[in-house]
Structures are given as C-alpha cells and as structure tokens.
Write a protein that binds this ligand. Structure first.
Ligand SMILES: [Ca+2]
Ligand SMILES: [Ca+2]
Ligand SMILES: [Ca+2]
Length: 274
C-alpha cells in the first residue's frame, strides 16, 4: 500500500486504510496539514438582508445590506470577533469594512466556525471579489487567523457542503436532536443557511437527497435530518453500525436564502471536534 502525504480532507481515508503515518516520517507533515487553517468558503448569500438581521447583529447590521457567511476550517473565538478585522474587496477593487461580524445564528457548541458578515459589498451586477482577515481573529485554540483570504461564491450560486463531521449521538450539543435509534450523526456544514424551497422546512425530499457511503461499502439514507434552524448546519441522523465515510447530496433540494438550490455536492467524513 502506498501512503503519501495527503490533502487534509483525504487524511481520514488513509487512517481507515491503516496509513495513519504514526511510524514514519510523514507524521509531522500530516499534523502540519491538519493545523493549516483556511477559509473554506465566503458565500455572497443575500444582497437585501431582511429585518431579522437586526436581531442577529444586535443593531450593528442594517436591513437592505448584503449578507456573507464566511466559514473557517477552525472554530472561532467569539471574543476576538469584531467587524474591523475583516476587509471585503468590492467589484471596483476598493475595500469595504463590514458593519457587523457575528457567529449568530450558527453559534451552538459544535458550530462556531461560520462568521456572518454584513455590509455594502456589492450587487448582482457588481459582486465582491474577495475577503481577507486583516486583524487578529483567533480560533478557539488562540491561534491567529490574520492573513487568511478567499474568493467569493457568487450571488446566483446555490450552496455546497463544505464539511461533514462524524459525531456520537450522545455528544454534548447533539443529545436529543436525532431520533432515539440513531447510532451516528454526520454534521453537514453548508456554505450558507439552507431550507427547502421558498424558505420551507427541511422535509422528506431533502432527507432523501442525502446519501451516505459507509465503510462497509453500503449506501444509506439518513433516518432523519435535524437542527432545522436558520443556519448553515444540518445533522444527518444515521441508523447504521458501519462508520460513515462520505456524504453526497443530489442537486436541487437545499435552498439558500436567495432561494438558489444546491448543485450536486459531496464531502469526505472527518472526525468531529468535541
Ligand atoms: Ca444550529
Ligand atoms: Ca445564491
Ligand atoms: Ca441548522
């Protein structure tokens, strides 16, 4: 078996294959790759924020501004979060400072990695170009994320899955979310908040659009979707003993706040941070 240094998202596959690097020179390289923080996505979600933004931003954001969730590979220290540590490059290559930066509404214990930025970022015809962390935004381990930057998923796009994390159903923050017979939970992190069509609740069509490949080669559908609140995290509740390996979502079922539906999207399953 050939075990080379692998991109971060492929590491769990190699661990499953017995290539954990524990006895060879790859160990330091793998831990380096695992600690490499990135912006997973900056998603130009809405160009006309509705009134609930006043609650999410506690008076800082404004109705009618743009909303852009920025999702990090690491969980974020809320204490370090202020709007001025982000800069958004607008279509004319000037830089806009967000009016608000908040972890709400994705602020439950296992979430905390998506920062909602609001501000005057652009329009459908003049979309923002990029986001940069220009101050000391800290992750939960106290490491600075200053200097990270990313391009932007355009307004007309639908949401993709960024991260699929495996948890025990009894994990703090998950308990009671899934049906009793659930044996494992895959927490899906999407680029932006997801619902059914026209803001409807997640329902049977969304559940059936999710396919989970197990380590034993079987494909299963979640027995339920949970955490149906207005954020970008969804729990796929599984009733299966073999561990989840990857998740695939069929195109056209999960809608963003602008009502754009998801493209076909998939992610390798990684161990969840508890
Ligand atoms: Ca939630
Ligand atoms: Ca969109
Ligand atoms: Ca949710």
């Amino acid at each position: 078996m050939i075990c080379k240094i692998t991109p971060y998202l492929l590491i769990p596959v190699f661990v499953l294959l017995g290539c954990d690097g524990g006895t060879n020179n790859d160990t330091s390289a793998i831990s380096y790759l695992q600690s490499e923080a990135t912006i997973l996505s900056s998603y130009y979600g809405l160009d006309e924020l509705p009134p609930p933004i006043m609650i999410l931003c506690q008076g800082l954001g404004s109705v009618g501004e743009d909303g852009m969730p920025v999702t990090f590979s690491e969980q974020i220290d809320a204490e370090s979060l202020i709007p001025e540590i982000f800069a958004v490059q607008t279509a004319d290559s000037s830089w806009a400072v967000p009016s608000c930066a908040t972890l709400r509404p994705a602020d439950e214990p296992l979430e905390l990695r998506t920062v909602l930025l609001t501000g005057p970022f652009g329009t459908l015809d003049a979309q923002p170009l990029g986001v940069e962390v220009v101050g000391d935004l800290l992750d939960v381990e106290g490491k600075t994320l200053k200097g990270l930057r990313s391009g932007i998923t355009p307004l007309e796009a639908g949401p993709s899955v960024l991260l699929a994390e495996l948890f025990d159903p009894q994990t703090e923050g998950l308990r009671g979310e899934c049906p009793d017979q659930t044996t494992q939970v895959v927490q899906l992190t999407w680029e932006g908040g997801v619902t059914g069509p026209n803001g409807s609740a997640l329902a049977e069509p969304q559940r059936q659009a999710v396919t989970v490949l197990l380590e034993n080669g079987e494909n299963v559908t979640p027995i339920a979707l949970a955490d149906d609140d207005p954020d970008n995290f969804v729990h796929a509740c599984l009733q299966a003993d073999s561990p989840a390996v990857s998740v695939t979502v069929a195109a056209g079922y999960f809608h963003d706040p602008g009502d754009d539906a998801n493209p076909a999207t998939s992610a390798m399953v990684v161990p969840g941070n508890e």
